[in-house]
Ligand binder design. Structure first.
Ligand code: MLT
Length: 263
């Protein structure tokens, strides 16, 4: 399995295809498996790199992370792979990482794909929720976190219509380490607000949101669209928060169309 030592930790990644690099960053508390439905289609034309963030999936880490350190990891991984500048996509927490990457190393991002994410920092209530979830994972483990998050992850109808996707998603969440979950909860709680960054984003940007996303609804995509100059919004019908797993073909096509036209 390909991996690199990055900032003192081991980052695992999948690589497929050839061409301009496209990096896809997963959300919380997930790993690169959420992009399984997009890799083949994108790899027909691009060099697709799908990492597992600090401590998630097959990546191994011994120290806490921050949003800045996760962005630095992704940037350094691409530097080691000679894959810069890149088109960078991120779903939800992966979008927070992508925005931090843009803040810190914007010259190395040629196009952005922000899926089911937001620019705002956590509210006070949101921060308290992160602290509660840290307690939950420490006291009851990762399955309890997966149980608690499950309800908001998919469009309601997809729990029945896509039972296998729901089962897989729960399994991916429950399989993460306690450390990865608690470190990333603190990283999200303490992340910077990216609202002021949006007006400075000058690369082509795709905003992709699930129609029934209960965590980051399409109205957030509309706000991002009005703030980012060269952006376009696409709403994925009949999908919730984890669009990549709920509607893999539609998302793959949307990413591909965007990249073919803009990158
Ligand atoms: C995610 O899917 O990454 C999370 O919903 C992000 C968050 O909790 O803010």
């Amino acid at each position: 399995m390909p991996e690199k030592t990055i900032n003192g930790s081991t980052i695992h990644y999948i690589e497929a295809g050839q061409g301009k690099p496209v990096v896809l960053v997963h959300g919380f508390p997930l790993d690169g498996r959420i992009w399984a439905g997009q890799i083949k289609r994108l790899a027909e034309r691009y060099r697709v790199i799908v990492p597992d963030l600090h401590g998630f999936g097959s990546s191994r880490a011994a120290d806490p992370s921050s949003m800045q350190s996760m962005a630095s990891d992704m940037h350094e991984l691409c530097a080691q792979l000679n894959a810069l500048p890149a088109a960078v996509g991120g779903l939800s927490m992966g979008g927070y990482v992508a925005m931090q990457w843009y803040r810190d190393y914007r010259a190395d991002i040629a196009a952005l794909m922000l899926l089911d994410t937001r620019a705002q920092a956590d509210t006070l209530q949101g921060k308290a929720g992160r602290d509660q979830m840290v307690k939950l994972v420490e006291s009851q483990g990762t399955r309890a976190v997966a149980d608690a998050l499950m309800e908001k992850m998919l469009a309601p109808e997809n729990f029945v219509a896509k039972g296998e996707v729901a089962r897989q998603l729960h399994q991916i969440m429950a399989s993460q380490s306690v450390d990865a979950i608690r470190w990333s909860l603190v990283a999200m709680r303490d992340r910077l607000d990216s609202g002021a960054l949006l007006a400075s984003i000058s690369c082509p940007t795709l905003l992709l949101f699930g129609q029934y996303d209960a965590i980051t609804p399409p109205s957030i995509g509309e706000q991002l669209q009005s703030a980012i100059a060269r952006s376009q919004l696409q709403v994925i019908a009949d999908a919730g928060h984890i669009t990549t797993m709920e509607k893999p073909h539609d998302v793959a096509q949307a990413l591909r169309d965007f990249l073919d036209a803009s990158y």
